[in-house]
Design a protein around this ligand. Sequence first.
Ligand code: UVW
Length: 319
Amino acid sequence: MEKTVPGIGEITKGLPKNWGRWGAEDEVGSLNFLTQAEVLRGIASVKQGKTFTLQVQMGNPKGDPVWPGRNQAQRMNVLDEGHFLCGKGPAFPGGLHYADDVMFMYLQGSTQYDALGHVWCDEKLYNGFDANTTIGGMAKASVLPIAERGIVGRGVLIDMARYRGKTVLDPGETFTHEDLLAAAKKQGVSIEKHDVLVIRTGWIGSFYDRDRVEFYKNFVEPGLTFSPELVKWFHQMEIPNLVTDTIANEVTVDPVSGAALPLHIALMSNLGVTFTEIALLDPLAEDCAKDGQWSFLYVAAPLKVVNGSGAPVNPVVVK
Ligand code: UVW
């Protein structure tokens, strides 16, 4: 007999919500925890001056990892030397030639910040905004307020793949906040209140070496799995931002309820935790394993897309 999947509203009923905590019009949620003191705490974690960027390449000839059903970014030349050779380039005094190109892409088609209103259930977005406000462009809880604010704080990397002795976690492999704490202990680092939580699974890095059909077959990413305890832990820890090297930041289907992406509701929509997805964390993790420094300054400025449900970003880490 087919299992009946409960609604995510039902699964998350009675769990903490931050709606109204920062006022009825708030659109940046748990980023409110990143105060000036938190910026200074992030800066205090800089010890060596090493820098890392976390975005995947856009328009990589090997393909770009995207959620099934979305297309990868398409970049096209609209002006180059070919036009000038055919006499079709614009003529400027002094003989200047230049190249122009355009890109057509899903705003979630690269490393990106989701708007807090990107997902919803039961007709309500983050902070109780009406789902009808998404029609024709996000009038509420779009990515713009997140982009206007920027994200600066102390980040901590938890390498779950390394903890499990693997280069990459298996499809559908899950872990909990207890596993994060155990991995942190093994790494010799603490996850502190208000940390930007960065979790490596190895999944996005593996995309470039895998056969595409295999990557997307029975698509179930590894990741954090829903439990009331995990949601309460994020709430108590006041985590402002969850960054992972997977496309959707959590195991695709909750193995207990069978619901897809319940943490998108429990953490992003209900607590206002911002999600940064499709990060490439392998070079950073490699370096952290070598020098033993797993905490750092995390800085990110998603693009200022008006009414956007998300925006590409190239986060910078300074150790
Ligand atoms: C979906 O919206 C389905 O996923 P993501 O948060 O990865 O964009």
